[in-house]
Ligand binder design. Structure first.
Ligand SMILES: Cc1cc2nc3c(=O)[nH]c(=O)nc-3n(C[C@H](O)[C@H](O)[C@H](O)COP(=O)(O)OP(=O)(O)OC[C@H]3O[C@@H](n4cnc5c(N)ncnc54)[C@H](O)[C@@H]3O)c2cc1C
Length: 339
């Protein structure tokens, strides 16, 4: 039998699987040996009191074989012979997810990307960081994976307007992300893990019959009846297309200029100005946990995080992304050590 359970558990107990099972047994008033396992469906921290708790939504297995939670493979259809084709410009998150969506619908995605694949792109970043010289087509903004590829991969959006967040998270897991992102209140992929996930996505696109062409920059396109029918690349190639997705991102100023030159209506959006603020992690820990570093270690607490949301003179001010423990690598990890 399976039972859904909400459990409030100390951070210390959360770091040990037997301790969690014991707490579950107590909450359900059952002998511990009747429990065969559990899945975490949701996890959030409650740090309002001196004693820190995790609130867990669990699915508990009682007297029945425990089934590990596994996702099926990404449901890509074979598209080698598909008569339907979509040309996707840009292999950032929008382009890659568009390509995967094409595969789900049996449509062949053909992608062109001005930058290099995610591995070769890393070498250009090393040159940029060491020598200060920028490759205009392969840098922090351009190249496979798009703008945020070399960041921490925070996956918490406030927007629920477009599509299913859960499906996007599951897609990341299907391509190698830690399944903990499915239940963490503030999921993130983790520094330097995105390139491997993006590589897996590319391999799926290629295996299924899609195409990705790197070092191919769209420089012009031809319109007929308000639709793009052919695109031109920097090398002078002309690619005919019946359906085109322009997934070129915020940084591609040349694309905005091209759209303007072609009298295509574009409208500016209000934008948010970002600043980077650094605090000592110990200060945030003290404010959040109200305990000493030794007590924190004893309770197995991760570096504390915070988010700020306020209104100033009628404008929203919010923290977009916070990297707890960025300067304190020796503090305990935020995930359960047994997971
Ligand atoms: C340093 C950094 C960290 C970030 N961290 C996070 C985070 O943790 N969480 C989060 O949610 N968001 C984060 N973001 C924001 C996130 O990266 C963007 O919202 C996202 O990348 C937008 O995706 P996109 O596919 O629309 O555009 P982009 O990622 O910009 O991708 C566009 C792609 O199109 C290609 N391209 C552009 N012009 C052409 C052309 N003419 N021909 C062919 N190809 C072209 C580019 O090379 C690029 O690969 C971060 C951004 C940066 C810069």
């Amino acid at each position: 039998m399976q039972k859904a359970l909400q459990l409030r558990i100390t951070a210390q107990d959360f770091s040990s699987k037997p301790a969690i099972l014991q707490q579950i047994a107590r909450a359900l008033d059952l002998p511990a040996d009747q429990l065969t396992g559990f899945h975490i469906l949701k996890k959030s921290m409650d740090a309002r009191q001196r004693q820190i708790y995790y609130n867990l939504n669990l699915l508990v297995y009682i007297k029945e074989a425990y089934q590990p939670l596994t996702l099926p493979e990404f449901p890509a259809k074979e598209v080698h012979q598909s008569v339907h084709e979509v040309l996707i410009i840009g292999a950032g998150p929008a382009g890659l997810f568009a390509a995967l969506s094409c595969l789900e619908h049996g449509i062949r995605p053909v992608m062109i990307e001005r930058g290099k694949d995610v591995q070769k792109r890393r070498r250009d970043l090393a040159t940029l960081n060491k020598q200060g010289s920028v490759n205009p087509e392969s840098n922090y903004c351009f190249g496979e994976g798009g703008a945020g590829t070399y960041s921490d991969g925070k996956l918490y959006t406030r927007s629920k307007k477009r599509g299913s967040i859960q499906k996007a998270l599951e897609t990341f897991v299907q391509f190698g992300a830690d399944p903990a992102i499915l239940y963490e209140a503030h999921p993130h992929i983790g520094t330097n893990k995105l390139p491997a996930i993006i590589t897996q996505m590319r391999q799926k696109v290629l295996e299924a019959g899609g195409q990705i062409h790197f070092d191919q920059k769209l420089t012009d396109f031809e319109l007929k009846d308000g639709k793009i029918i052919c695109v031109t690349t920097l090398a002078g190639d002309k690619i005919k297309a019946s359906h085109v997705i322009l997934a070129t991102g915020h940084s591609a100023k040349d694309i905005y200029r091209l759209l303007k030159a072609k009298n295509i209506f574009i409208e500016s959006k209000p934008f948010a100005l970002g600043v980077r603020v650094e605090h000592p992690q110990s200060l945030i820990n003290e404010i959040q946990y109200k305990c000493t570093a030794a007590e924190m270690a004893q309770q197995g607490l991760p570096p504390a995080a915070y988010s700020l949301v306020t209104q100033q003179a009628g404008r929203g001010v919010f923290s977009f992304c916070m990297c707890p423990g960025a300067l304190s690598p020796r503090l305990p990890p935020s995930r359960a050590p047994w997971s």
